[in-house]
Design a protein around this ligand. Sequence first.
Ligand SMILES: NC(=O)c1ccc[n+]([C@@H]2O[C@H](COP(=O)([O-])OP(=O)(O)OC[C@H]3O[C@@H](n4cnc5c(N)ncnc54)[C@H](OP(=O)(O)O)[C@@H]3O)[C@@H](O)[C@H]2O)c1
Length: 289
Amino acid sequence: MFVTGASGWIGSHAVGELLSADHEVVGLARTDAAAAALQARGAAVLRGDLDDLDALRRGASGADAVVHLANKHDWANPAESNRAERTAVDTLTDALAGTDRPFLFASGLAALPSGRPLTETDASPFSGPDAPRGGAENLALDKGVRAIAARFAPTVHGTGDHGFVAQLVATARRTGVAGYLGDGLTAWSAVHVDDAARLIRIGLERAPAGTRLHAVAEEAVPSREIAEAIGRSLNLPVRPVEAEHFGFLGQFFGTDMIASSEITRTTFDWKPTGPTLTEDIEAGAYAHA
Ligand SMILES: NC(=O)c1ccc[n+]([C@@H]2O[C@H](COP(=O)([O-])OP(=O)(O)OC[C@H]3O[C@@H](n4cnc5c(N)ncnc54)[C@H](OP(=O)(O)O)[C@@H]3O)[C@@H](O)[C@H]2O)c1
C-alpha cells in the first residue's frame, strides 16, 4: 500500500496498524528523518514531495491501495494547501483509473455546514478550486475509482498529538487560562488515534467506492468540557475568553463540528475502544504541548 503523510500523526499510526495486519507499506517521505522513521517501523520508502507528481504517480501505480493523508496545512496560505491537495488527489486517482484498487483519503468536518450531527449520507456541498480543502472530497468521489473518504473528527487525539487540542493546551499554558468561547456549548466530535487508524485499515479492506467513513467516536464534546479538562490537567482557571485568545484556532473552537458515525459502525462493525478526549487530556496525553 502506498501511504502519503505516512510520517504524520494519523499516518504513523495507520502505518503501524497496516503493518501489523501484514500489509506491505511504502510511505512517501520528503525528509531523511521521515524516511528513517518509516524504515525503523518496517515500511519501505518512496522519497518525494506532494508537488512531485511523478513520485505520486509511481507510488500509486505500483501499489494495491493508496492512502492519502499528506496535507501542507499551511494555515497562512490555505489556497495553496487546497491547490496542492486537489492536484495530488487528481494525480493519485488518475493513476488508479480502470482498477478496483482503493483510494482512501483524509477528509474532515471543518467548513461543512452543521446545526445537527452530520451523517455519512450528507454529501459535501463543496467543489471547485475555491472550495474548502480544495473540494477534494467530491473531486475524489467523482473520479470513477474506488474512492473512500475518511472524514476524521476535528480532534484525532492521543499521546503525542500536535493538532488542535495540543494548541488549545499550549495556549492555556501560555496565558494561564483554560478558555472557551461564549457559553461553551459549541462542540467538536472526537476520536482516539488508534481507533482512527483501525478504521483506515477496515476501510481499505472492505469499503466500496463512494463510501464516506466517519472516524468519530464521540459525537459532540462541548468546548466548555474541553476547557474544563484542560484546566484540571494544568490546574488553571477556566473561563470565557474572546476568539483572539486562540489565534487562528478561534474560528474553529467556536464552531460546531459534530458528526454521527452510526452508519460507519454498523456497516463495518467498527467499535471505538480508545479513551475519550477528556480522559486523554486528564491522563496527561498533552503534557508535551
Ligand atoms: N489530526 C486531526 O485531528 C485531523 C482531523 C481532521 C482531518 N485531518 C486530516 O488528516 C490528514 C492527516 O492529518 P495529521 O494530523 O496526521 O497531519 P500531520 O501530523 O500534520 O501530518 C501531515 C503529513 O503530511 C506530510 N506533508 C506535509 N507537507 C507535505 C508535502 N509538501 N509533501 C509531502 N508530504 C507532506 C507530513 O510530512 P512530514 O513528516 O515530512 O512533515 C506528514 O507526514 C490531513 O489531511 C489532515 O488535514 C486530521
